[in-house]
Design a protein around this ligand. Structure first.
Ligand SMILES: Nc1nc2c(ncn2[C@@H]2O[C@H](COP(=O)(O)OP(=O)(O)OP(=O)(O)O)[C@@H](O)[C@H]2O)c(=O)[nH]1
Ligand SMILES: [Mg+2]
Length: 336
């Protein structure tokens, strides 16, 4: 299961308290104030790191604290500042204040570092308050508390390729046959309840990330089926594979299927319609020749690239990977 949301608590360090002390030296009857300041509390930062690609770690660890500042001491010794804490997140993470819903930061670039919760300032020791009118101040300040925030993290999968189609179209089977992802596969609709990511190695230096999302049905944009909440996972992809089942099992028209899904995409976000796409006819091993022909004709008319595959026999998978790489590297969308 791919975790793409997390709730965490961050606490910056409290400031150390200022100290009240007086010099005690031999032969100096009345020493002046010598209480040092408290150290500042450590800040909490978030840093985008290429080393992370999921929010999984936040599932096990969701409270993050920076160190507090040390208290001031006598002899004008200032307390040491608390160490800052860096929390690494994958690029693409959006950080929300869980209480107000406000976006605190949207991480796009690796190595971006942002202050999320500020440490409290250390309090002044009594030495700070010495004045000509008050040579023996007996007051010192407490350190200020560090900021405390409840955060919600959201990661849009940074997939290159999104799989869309009706439930049972074979999306999860495809991702499992071209990548190491092992999503649940079954012959009933809505097997996939959460998005899955798979990394596909094309050759030594070229790979791409595919996102498998739950199937869509007519009215998905109105909340039918599992709805379209998962489409945000493919909003940043560069290519869509639209899978259409051409086996006789589904008693539906392949062209109507295609149009239904495309309508749902358009209703959700018109940008999705602008993305380059490949139509993938699935389950070629048991294809209904009539359905296949109809889909092929339609794609030819519409000038949409069509690739036929069987995830069971492996037929067409190399051609598909090749087609994906070609589309991803071509600068002009829609070119085939
Ligand atoms: N014969 C054959 N069956 C396939 C092929 N690909 C998938 N199937 C079967 O089709 C059914 C649905 O496959 P899934 O991969 O779970 O479909 P999905 O599109 O992920 O479905 P949802 O997650 O419900 O949206 C399963 O029973 C698969 O075994 C194929 O190439 N050939
Ligand atoms: Mg699935």
């Amino acid at each position: 299961m791919f975790i793409d949301e997390a709730k965490i608590t961050v606490r910056a360090g409290d400031g150390g308290h200022g100290c009240i002390a007086f010099r005690r030296e031999k032969f100096v009857p009345r020493g002046g104030p010598s209480g040092g300041d408290g150290g500042n509390g450590g800040n909490v930062y978030m840093v985008a790191s290429d080393q992370d690609n999921t929010l999984l770690k936040f599932r096990y660890n969701h409270i993050f604290r920076a160190d507090r500042g040390k208290h001031g001491e006598g002899s004008n010794k200032h307390g040491k500042g608390g160490e800052d804490l860096d929390i690494s997140v994958p690029p693409g993470t959006v950080v929300y204040d869980a209480e107000t819903g406000e976006v605190l930061h949207d991480f796009t670039e690796p190595r971006e570092r942002v202050l999320i919760a500020a440490g409290g300032r250390g309090g002044h020791g009594n030495a700070h308050f010495a004045a000509s009118v008050n040579r023996a101040p007996t007051r010192a300040q407490d350190g200020r508390p560090g900021e405390h925030k409840e955060l919600r993290l959201e990661l849009k999968l940074l997939a290159d390729v999104g799989l869309v189609g009706f439930p049972n179209a074979g999306k999860s089977t495809l991702i499992s046959s071209i990548s190491a992802a092992r999503p649940k596969i079954a012959d009933y609709p809505f097997t996939t309840l959460e998005p899955n990511l798979g990394v596909v190695a094309y050759d030594q230096d070229r790979s791409f990330v595919v996102a498998d999302i739950p199937g869509l049905i007519e009215g998905a944009h109105l909340g039918h089926g599992l709805g379209i909440q998962f489409l945000r996972h493919i909003e940043r992809t560069r290519l869509l594979l639209h899978l259409v089942d051409v086996s006789p099992t589904e008693d539906r028209d392949p062209v109507a299927d295609f149009q239904t899904i495309e309508n749902e995409l358009a209703e959700h976000n018109p940008d999705l319609i602008e993305k380059p796409r490949i139509v993938v006819a699935t389950k070629l091993d048991g294809a209904d020749p009539g359905k296949l022909r109809k889909l092929q004709q339609w794609c030819r008319q519409q000038r949409i690239e069509l690739i036929k595959i069987s995830s069971v026999t492996g037929e067409g998978l190399e051609e598909l990977k090749h087609g994906i790489i070609r589309k991803l590297s071509s600068e002009t969308p829609g070119e085939s």
